[in-house]
Design a binder for this molecule. Structure first.
Ligand code: UDX
Length: 449
């Protein structure tokens, strides 16, 4: 899948987006230098030691290094020396009042301003407020460097696959030639490309993520209504999802949507709308529904253990914000844990993603939260617990030996906050299953008379 033309590319930031971008662009045949401030990380990456749990990424990094198409250097300026295209992939966390904090972007601009080669193109890949490309151009103050917005749509846990098989490429700039150069980088992928202005490209990212959040808040609310009306959310979403205009994906109810993007982007768009004098009522409701979701799951747990969780041992299966990652940022599982802890529960947690790698940050985050004891064996999480609660949809949870789990449990009930388990398998081990949005047992379908 080699591209027609090989470009010299600099990628600033070797975080999740930067590293995936650098390794994938190198695999497409470009010569990529990745600049990163953390010298220890640069050392590790030069040995292809990747600490992010991302299928295929360590292999691509090793391949790029071996082929001489990928290199890592300390600092931004050092990476840009002879670049034709420079990607900014630095964090844009949620700052004061929900707006994106652009400190890292501004620091990089200050560093590279006088080093960027004439005629190069500066690309923003981080999610930034609409208008940032224009602001970047003004801050840069270089007429000979064009600024382009090229949002990423990578999901954690499938970032490499998403990068190499994109649904679309979105590129926005005032300069058509610069936008075309950036889209040429992806020529080998054969994806449909939307060429537009920078503000529209920046808006696409918010529009997409907020729409996904809306789909999930809708489905989580619908699940609650299904319970009250005796309908089944699984059948309802199947029926809905088969409508081509809706589609089957992103319709699984859960403990709420989280992670490093959806909460940040929904809040940021809300603030941007406010600043523009626009009352984005739909989006406000989407966020409010999600804020209530942790309480809803906690209520379900309380109900399962007889009304109150105070002083009751509860085992949590899954802590990361979704399966396939080791990321705890804005994890709905931790939000549920926080509510249960505040109500006095004695919490024990287990997550397969937190065992896979040495991750001091994750353990520090859990220790700082101080709300649960982390164990590294699934039977330890069940031991003497009045109930188990599934909060992350790790595939291995489906294959647990439920008879052994039942023997370890004090109370025989599992609250499935992801509708992930097979209720029959649990029933065979004498464990009651409580999912989200399912009809009650007594309302199960009966054959027509
Ligand atoms: C998201 C976007 O999907 C991606 O395009 C963007 O670039 C970054 O943000 P990511 O944060 O990796 O990606 O997570 P995603 O897979 O979208 O899941 C977001 C949250 O929604 C998770 O907490 C997940 O568990 C939840 N979710 C997702 C559900 O509860 N149900 C679903 O059906 C799908």
């Amino acid at each position: 899948m080699l591209t027609v033309h090989s470009y010299r590319v600099a990628v600033i930031g070797a975080g999740y987006v930067g590293l995936t971008t650098a390794a994938c662009l190198a695999s497409l045949g470009h010569r990529v230098t990745c600049g990163e401030v953390d010298a220890a990380k640069v050392e590790r990456l030069r040995r292809a030691d990747v600490r992010i749990l991302e299928p295929g990424l360590p292999e691509l990094v090793a391949e790029g290094l071996a082929a001489g198409r990928l290199d890592f250097v300390v600092g931004a300026a050092a990476a840009t020396a002879d670049a034709e295209v420079v990607f900014l992939c630095v964090p844009t966390p949620m700052g004061e009042g929900g707006t994106a904090d652009l400190t890292a972007v501004e620091a990089v601009l200050t560093e590279v301003r006088d080093h960027l080669p004439a005629g190069c193109v500066l690309v923003n890949k981080s999610t930034v407020p609409v208008g940032t490309a224009e602001r970047t151009a003004a801050l840069l103050g270089r007429d000979d460097v064009a600024v382009v917005s090229n949002p990423e749509f990578l999901r954690e846990g499938s970032g490499v696959r998403d990068f190499l098989n994109p649904d679309r490429i979105v590129v926005g700039s005032r300069s058509r030639a610069a936008a075309e150069r950036v889209s040429a980088l992806y020529a080998g992928l054969g994806a449909p490309t939307v060429l537009t202005d920078a503000a529209s490209a920046e808006m696409v990212k918010y529009a997409a993520n907020c729409f996904l959040a809306m789909k999930l808040s809708y489905v989580n609310s619908l699940a609650e209504l299904c319970e009250r009306l005796g309908a089944d959310i699984g059948d309802v979403t199947e029926g809905m999802g088969r409508d081509n205009r809706i589609g089957p994906s992103f319709l699984d109810p859960g403990p709420g949507w989280g992670g490093s993007c959806l909460p940040k982007d929904t809040n940021a768009l809300m603030r941007v709308a406010e600043a523009a004098g626009f009352d984005f009522g739909i989006l406000r409701s989407v966020i409010a529904a999600n804020d209530r979701q942790a309480d809803r799951v906690a209520d379900k747990v309380a109900e399962a253990v007889g009304g109150s969780v105070a002083g009751v041992r509860i085992g949590l299966l899954g802590l990361t914000f979704k399966a396939g990652t080791n990321d705890l940022r804005d994890s709905p599982a931790l939000a549920v844990a926080g509510v249960l802890h505040a109500r006095g529960a004695d919490l024990v947690g287990y997550d397969p993603g937190l065992l896979a790698l040495d991750q001091p940050e994750a353990h520090d985050l859990l220790a700082a939260a101080g709300i649960l004891t982390l164990v590294d064996d699934v039977l330890d999480v069940a031991k003497d617990a009045a109930a188990l609660v599934v909060l992350t949809e790790w595939p291995e949870f489906r294959g647990l030996d439920w008879h052994r789990v039942a023997d370890a449990l004090a109370g025989r009930v599992v609250v499935d906050g992801r509708n992930h388990l097979d209720p029959d398998a649990l029933a065979k081990a004498g464990i009651a299953w409580r999912g989200l949005g399912h009809r009650h047992a007594q309302q199960s379908l009966t054959a027509p008379a």
